[in-house]
Write a protein that binds this ligand. Sequence first.
Ligand SMILES: C[S@@+](CC[C@H](N)C(=O)[O-])C[C@H]1O[C@@H](n2cnc3c(N)ncnc32)[C@H](O)[C@@H]1O
Length: 304
Amino acid sequence: MSWLQLKARIAPDHAEILEHLLMEEGACAITLQDAEDQPLFEPDLGSTPLWSETVLTGLWDGTEGIEAMRERVKAGWAALIPDEPCPEIEVEILEDRDWAREWMDGFEPLKMGQRLWIVPSWHDAPEQDAVNLMLDPGLAFGTGTHPTTALCLEWLDGLAVAGKLAQHSVLDFGCGSGILAIAALKLGAVDALGTDIDPQALQASRENAQRNDVSDQLTLCYPDRLPDAGYQIVVANILAGPLVELAPQIAGSVAPGGLLALSGILAPQAGEVLDAYREAGLIMEEPTERDGWVRLNGQRPLMG
Ligand SMILES: C[S@@+](CC[C@H](N)C(=O)[O-])C[C@H]1O[C@@H](n2cnc3c(N)ncnc32)[C@H](O)[C@@H]1O
């Protein structure tokens, strides 16, 4: 059997309109993906979209009437938002293959540091007695494949190996899929709090915590509901702009003697983030770099 695929690059704000039009044409599946695996560097504080463009793909079984369908979608677009040009819609005929299998093959277990593995559900854990976090790609950011996440996971693993995580409380600021909070719990933290402005992130974190049997130890909330508390371990993988703006709040959540890791920072942005957190009272270390991204570590002094 052959399949028909329509694909368009579209601004995230307009993706829902095109999705609606393709549904009306009887698409049997519609997927939305970030056009780049590269977040916008400086979104406004409080704005959810991290990516500049979305790739929307619709799939039909059978290849009849392609051109007529494309014209109807364009007409539907013009009727709904006449001032906005309809995005270019690519048409492709796909010969039958095991698409699900091919998609899954793109995600392999990843080792982070010495003991931690991120394992998709369709794989066996490569090391049974390692710390295995079961996690599938989903709507929220955080599968471990991005260097910003990997830098934080390796930090958490290193803390656990050094005996600095067990029995501590962790704050995961910008939790996305919940990957960092859940990793911290599986590595021995006593409890964790994950916060994010995106409801899909809180939902994904909840589901991922359940799959990893750590729901009882993970609390989730929006940032405006964060308790006024100090944490021994704070991790925030958000992007440089929000990290600078949130410096008083994030630095303020590090307990005396507590440790902080900041990620989502491009190497040239490290200086301004370091300045903001030093000003907020933390002792900051030099950056750790991976593929142009850096992680910054800090500590709140015990006194003063
Ligand atoms: C790059 S993702 C990191 C996800 C995950 N922690 C990881 O390391 O892979 C950044 C997350 O921060 C969230 N975010 C952005 N601005 C925020 C803010 N001001 N407060 C809390 N979360 C925010 C986004 O919704 C997104 O889920």
